[in-house]
Design a protein around this ligand. Structure first.
Ligand code: BGC
Length: 464
């Protein structure tokens, strides 16, 4: 689906994203809370330095501060997640006040001219759900549909855009294949089964949200948009001229980036990796995305290696020895976001960039600013070419609990004082704010006095 430049000039949106477990604090009924206290099989901490999410950024009680930051930035979209373990800490026990608070947030965001984009599953779920089998068990997932129904009923009139599941592949790889996130399993067969069930859970959520929106009337039905946020990494061969590395790159790209989007188009989920084979087919998966939610961060190098003592080759994925890195040691490249957008354009859906960011704790955070502005410029070129890209959501508003890396990874446009929890804009936040402001100049309705003035003065921004 292609759109004209003029239409995109009027609709491209900027935003920031967060997730509940990483920011809200006090989420003791979530799977992650027990995981933080557990130990890895060899006795190591599950979270770097034994960190705990604890009160996190106390975002649950500091919405005023976060809203003020969003307004100051001038964003059009705020992506955040509703935490299932807060809303339903025990099976069937619904915390109505919590639901009401999420609703209030949406109302206040809308009054401030900011669209809420709500994620329903962002790596975290209630401990009781996991104990009952979680997504390993297709029937346990019925509890998920009840949760989705509850939230879509209570928030549906104030939320148009929904992300059902954040990064299904990441959730499964880290939790069931590598065992570095809850539940800490390393079982390839189980991992692929969980992935299949998560996708079915997404499809159920997709239909539930649409059914409820349509029941609200044709306008609500049309406005409602539902998708998945897919993690799309850029894979490149470690040794560019080595055919085995080129082959390994193709294999990881196909399996980690494209298996899930392809399944949501055709209904066929196919995984073919060394030691892992999965094939399943579900018509229910077909056409369950209204947009392609794209999360993109880094470039990974793939190579085919034969570990000593093993007769089986393995695909290794990691950072290159040289090149620019984020603080977590991964390769970053200003052009890779545009490459990722191009790669997913094949699915024929409008693209919403639902996450992009850099881990940069330097002061000033020059890498973050450069990557943000450079990546947006790349997207701008794609929009000019006619690609249907509709938004850019930066990850993240303020430094937050970075899963297995704990507090030691700074992805925020704002830093957070861990003692006082005070948020403070980094230089990159000023740059992003300025970018949004310039963009707003050009998208004012034709004929508006200010836009005419900017044109007459030759000012403004030659962006989207
Ligand atoms: C996740 C976020 C995380 C970010 C930075 C994304 O894949 O959705 O929760 O904070 O990566 O690592």
């Amino acid at each position: 689906m292609r759109q004209t430049y003029a239409r995109d000039a009027g609709t491209f949106r900027f935003g920031v994203g967060t997730s509940a477990y990483q920011t809200e604090g006090g989420l003791t009924a979530a799977t992650w809370a027990a995981w933080e206290r557990a130990r890895r099989p060899k006795g190591q901490d599950t979270i770097r330095h034994g960190d705990r999410s604890g009160i996190a950024n106390d975002a649950w009680n500091r919405f005023d501060e976060d809203l003020a930051a969003l307004v100051w930035l001038g964003v059009d979209v705020y992506r955040f997640s509703v935490e299932w373990s807060r809303v339903e800490p025990l099976p069937g026990f619904i915390d109505d006040d919590a639901v009401q608070r999420y609703r209030d947030w949406c109302v206040r965001l809308r009054s401030a001219g900011i669209s809420p984009m709500v994620t329903l599953h962002h790596f975290s779920e209630p401990a009781w759900f996991a104990h009952a089998g979680g997504f390993t068990d297709a029937t346990a997932a019925r509890a998920w549909v009840r949760f989705v129904e509850l939230i879509a009923t209570r928030l549906g009139d104030v939320v148009d855009e929904w992300i059902t599941v954040n990064e299904p592949v990441g959730y499964v790889v880290q939790g069931w294949l590598r065992g570095i996130w809850p539940p800490g399993r390393t079982d390839a067969k189980l991992a692929t089964q969980v992935l299949e069930h998560v996708l079915l859970a997404h499809a159920d959520a997709y239909r539930t949200i649409h059914r409820l929106a349509e029941a609200r009337g044709p306008d609500a039905g049309r406005a409602c948009r539902v998708g998945v946020a897919h993690h799309i990494a850029t894979f490149r061969p470690r040794r560019p001229h080595n055919p085995l590395d080129v082959w390994a790159t193709r294999v990881v790209d196909r399996n980690f980036n494209h298996a899930v989007p392809a399944a949501l188009r055709t209904g066929e989920l196919r995984i073919r990796l060394p030691g892992i084979r999965h094939r399943s087919s579900h018509r229910a998966l077909v056409a369950t995305q209204d947009f392609f939610g794209l999360n993109h961060y880094h470039v990974l190098r793939a190579s085919l290696q034969r570990p000593s003592g093993s007769h089986l080759p393995v695909i290794e994925v990691g950072a290159s020895p040289t090149g620019e890195k984020g603080d977590l040691g991964v390769d970053i490249d200003v052009d890779s976001l545009a490459g990722a957008v191009r790669a997913v354009a094949v699915y024929g859906l409008p693209v919403e960039i639902t996450e992009h960011g850099t881990c940069d704790g330097d002061d000033p955070d020059e890498r973050r600013a450069r990557h943000l502005l450079g990546a947006v410029r790349g997207v701008e070129r794609l929009v000019r070419e006619g690609l249907d890209v509709r938004s850019y959501v930066h990850w993240t508003l303020a430094d937050s609990f970075e899963w297995a890396y704990g507090w030691d990874a700074r992805f925020g446009l704002f830093s957070v004082d861990r003692e006082t929890l005070e948020r403070c804009p980094r230089p990159s936040a000023f740059r992003y704010r300025e970018l949004i402001r310039q963009h707003r100049e050009v998208r004012r309705p034709v004929g508006s006095h200010d836009a005419d003035l900017a044109q007459a003065e030759g000012g403004g921004h030659d962006g989207f």
